[in-house]
Design a protein around this ligand. Structure first.
Ligand code: GTP
Ligand code: MG
Length: 227
């Protein structure tokens, strides 16, 4: 998938204020500072799109970005490509969808009340947003399994929310470090999950995982639009 355009639309304090749910939506969530905004910028190829900060808690609202993309590969036989001139019409199908940057969970430096409001806001968005196709749960690949991540993922299981994992900041690990931490994370989930959730490894610095995540999104958009 190729990104043609990515633009900021709106920041909403709750799911009721979000744009009309008229297209596929993919949201990024994870502990504060895990690299959600950086990953969105890396995927869209726009360094300034989502605000990045070394101070945790930067993203505090539900931020919508409108993405226009195009299939980068030729369409496969059976998709109507037979009589079209190669490189012109085939493989040029455009899609419009939303990417969402969510506030981080588990940020300690806020009051109990603010934390509660935040949790409620995120829970409502995750459970009620009709067009949310998949939640990308970001986990810092440098750390051993953290209770905040495991608890959140188990919560998603009880809500029946479709999600995948993205292990971020892989460039900061020594060789083998990312794989070891991913395996430990999967092991920690094995008590409550029969199969480990699908996962990606990313580095916003080195563009790692960009193609894999975008191709995955493309496949989900195709099945969403066929509904
Ligand atoms: P909040 O909005 O505060 O919850 O943070 P966030 O999850 O959006 O994280 P953000 O993208 O703002 O990144 C936090 C810090 O990590 C920044 O200093 C980024 O430059 C850094 N960072 C993010 N991704 C990567 C990565 O893949 N590699 C490296 N080396 N640094 C990263
Ligand atoms: Mg952010």
């Amino acid at each position: 998938m190729e990104i043609i355009d990515a633009k900021y639309i709106i920041s909403s304090p709750g799911y009721k204020n979000c744009p009309a749910p008229d297209r596929a939506e993919f949201a990024f969530i994870g502990r504060s500072n895990v690299g959600k905004s950086s990953l969105i910028n890396m995927l869209t190829g726009k360094k300034q799109l989502a605000k990045i900060s070394s101070t945790p808690g930067k993203t505090q609202l539900i931020n919508h970005f409108e993405i226009t993309s195009r299939r980068s590969h030729a369409s496969s036989p059976g998709e109507g490509s037979v009589s079209k001139p190669l490189g012109k019409l085939s493989g040029q199908k455009r899609a419009n969808w939303y990417l969402v940057d969510l506030p981080g969970y588990g940020y300690a430096k806020v009051s109990h009340k603010a934390r509660n409001n935040w949790d409620n806001m995120l829970e409502s968005y995750i459970r009620k947003r009709q067009n949310l196709v998949c939640l990308f749960v970001l986990v810092d690949s440098r750390h051993q399994p953290q209770p905040a991540d495991l608890d959140f993922i188990n919560q998603l299981g009880s809500w029946g929310t479709p999600f995948v994992l993205v292990f971020t900041k892989a460039d900061k690990n020594k060789p083998g470090g990312t794989e070891r931490n991913v395996a430990e994370f999967q092991e920690a989930l094995s008590g409550s999950w029969e199969e480990p959730p699908p996962h990606f490894v990313s580095s916003a610095l080195k563009n790692t995982g960009r193609k894999e995540v975008l191709d995955y999104i493309e496949r989900l958009i195709n099945s969403f639009t066929k509904l």
